[in-house]
Design a protein around this ligand. Structure first.
Ligand SMILES: Nc1ncnc2c1ncn2[C@@H]1O[C@H](COP(=O)(O)OP(=O)(O)O)[C@@H](O)[C@H]1O
Ligand SMILES: [Mg+2]
Length: 229
């Protein structure tokens, strides 16, 4: 459902991704792992149309989406949850969800249901300013907002970064719940979580794909993943 085919991406003259390819099948979760600076965020930003590859193409649902603007990709069902966990802090949680409802054209009541489905406790926080949520709750709100409309492909950048173990378990539970309902590319450095959830793991090293793991017994092996980084 998503193919990245041989892309090179640069910031000015500094090339960051070199001939990167990946292939994601419908309903699967692909995890991208790699050290800081490997180019993981750059890859997600390029898929979302925020950066244009110098060469190579990106295909989604069989069509070439290379160079299409992010708004258009949003309306085709691609959602990007960025690494920075940014919500509209001075607006309430409900108002943040309203924005997703408005952007996607989904009625607010359904949008609220989408968020409460993944995290029923959010019901108690709807009138709270989103800035008052904990880091984990913000991350959950952002994932919930991404589920509004009819997402087909979710791109999530380091959802558990900086979160406490108990919250990481909650995020893992939510990702597991979403598994099979849509396709996802998740950047994640928490290897136990990767080995729990991934259908495929792509290792990115200095902007190049150095390994692709498809075999469940390999993916389960966190020390193998650790060695691949
Ligand atoms: N806006 C930018 N301008 C210039 N260089 C950047 C920019 N963003 C990232 N880089 C560089 O690109 C490389 C890959 O960054 P990034 O994709 O953020 O890596 P990762 O997400 O794997 O940590 C790094 O060397 C980083 O310094
Ligand atoms: Mg990053």
């Amino acid at each position: 459902m998503l193919q990245v085919a041989g892309i090179d991406v640069a910031y000015g003259h500094a090339k960051v991704l070199h001939d990167v390819s990946l292939d994601l099948e419908e309903g699967k979760m692909l995890f991208v792992v790699g050290r800081n600076g490997a180019g993981k965020t750059t890859l997600l930003r390029t898929i979302m149309g925020l950066l244009r590859p110098l060469k190579g193409s990106i295909y989604f649902d069989g069509g070439d989406i290379t160079g299409l603007p992010p708004e258009q990709l949003y309306h085709r069902g691609i959602r990007y949850v960025t690494q920075d966990k940014k919500v509209f802090g001075s607006l309430t949680v409900r108002e943040n969800i309203e924005i997703a409802a408005y952007s996607s054209g989904e009625p607010l009541s359904q949008a609220l249901d989408k968020v409460l489905e993944i995290y029923p406790k959010m019901k108690d926080f709807l009138n709270l300013k989103a800035g008052q949520l904990s880091g984990g709750q913000r991350q959950i709100l952002l994932i919930g907002q991404a589920m509004v409309g009819n997402p087909r492909l979710l791109l999530v950048d380091e959802p558990t970064q900086g979160l406490a173990a108990i919250v990481i378990n909650e995020i893992a539970r939510i990702l597991k719940h979403l598994k099979g309902r849509l396709s996802a590319v998740v950047v994640e450095q928490n290897l136990p979580l990767v080995s729990q959830l991934a259908d495929r793991v792509v290792v990115l090293k200095e902007g190049k794909v150095t390994q692709v793991l498809d075999d469940a017994s390999e993916i389960c092996n966190t020390s193998l993943l650790e060695k691949a980084l």
